[in-house]
Design a protein around this ligand. Structure first.
Ligand SMILES: [Ca+2]
Ligand SMILES: [Ca+2]
Ligand SMILES: [Ca+2]
Length: 294
């Protein structure tokens, strides 16, 4: 009984430990999300990459505001080296601006006809024609959509959220409403320390990650990110995965909640305790000959 209690306690300890895990955030467990930031992280119940019933995370920001989201939870922090995490993979999509939004304001209104430089009247016969006017009529009153979004992974550490490493190159999310799968490598050659006046080692970073973030950041990597260079940025994200070597580009792997893992394990213990060989067989397999067929 003492052995059983210590096994259960150690399992609870390991299950709830403050440590990174290879896992996928698929947002299927309901609207309680633990992704944060000033870009209004919002749970959307349907319309993810798998279509109806596939929930996802949406962030949005108006012109000149940063567009980013981060997760401080233990499953995203700690030693990525210890678990072999080498990449963050994610499905992303940016919705298109309305076709009649000629002045890129993210709203279709009279200004799209009258703007002295971007309006339809000025551009008629140049790059706009009658079909564009019909699009304006159709979209009048619509709003929303996004510009195309260059996105970087930001990894913070070692042991500090004030030391930032960013993807050397951004990955472009076109504003065409199409979900695509992206892989952000965390190899040393794919991350650059962006925080000035700081000395930090990549090896230390990967053994003590404090936070990860996905962020709009066009051009060169910018330590604090950049404001949206257009009327509006809207980024949809799903299946955000901390991936190990060899699995970075494979399909999303859903990890059960810790409570369900624990229940399963306790159920296994119950079965073993009631079996002929019980726990002894479980823990001494391989150390001494077991019964035939084991
Ligand atoms: Ca989902
Ligand atoms: Ca407009
Ligand atoms: Ca930049």
């Amino acid at each position: 009984m003492k052995l059983l209690r210590s096994i259960v306690l150690s399992f609870v300890c390991c299950t709830l430990a403050q440590a990174a895990t290879l896992h996928t955030d698929d947002f299927q467990s309901g609207p309680a999300i633990d992704w944060f930031g000033g870009s209004s992280p919002t749970y959307v119940a349907t319309g993810g990459p798998a279509g109806d019933g596939d929930a996802f995370l949406q962030i949005s920001a108006p012109s000149d505001n940063n567009l980013a989201t981060y997760n401080p939870d233990a499953r995203w922090t700690g030693s990525f080296t210890a678990i072999g995490a080498v990449a963050v993979t994610v499905d992303m999509m940016a919705p298109p601006l309305p076709a009649g939004d000629f002045d890129n304001s993210s709203v279709v209104d009279a200004n799209d006809l009258d703007d002295p430089t971007k309006g339809w009247k000025t551009r008629f016969g140049a790059d706009l024609d009658g079909s564009n006017f019909l699009a304006w009529q159709r979209d009048l009153g619509q709003s929303g959509g996004s510009i195309a979004l260059p996105v970087r992974l930001v990894v913070m550490g070692p042991s500090s959220i004030n030391i930032h490493w960013a993807s050397v190159n951004p990955q472009l999310v076109p504003n065409d409403g199409v979900w695509r799968h992206y892989t952000f490598s965390m190899a040393a050659s794919d991350l650059v320390l962006t925080t000035p006046f700081v000395s930090a080692s990549y090896t230390d970073l990967m053994s003590s990650v404090s936070r990860i973030m996905l962020r709009y950041d066009p051009g060169d990597p910018t330590d604090r990110g950049s404001g949206v260079q257009g009327p509006r940025g809207v980024l949809n994200l799903d299946n955000i995965r901390l991936a190990g070597a060899g699995s970075a580009s494979s399909a999303a792997l859903a990890i059960p909640e810790p409570s369900s893992v624990l229940l399963s394990f306790l159920g296994l213990l119950g079965v073993l305790a009631g079996s002929r060989y019980g726990l002894t067989q479980l823990f001494f397999r391989g150390r001494r000959p077991g019964p035939a067929g084991s």
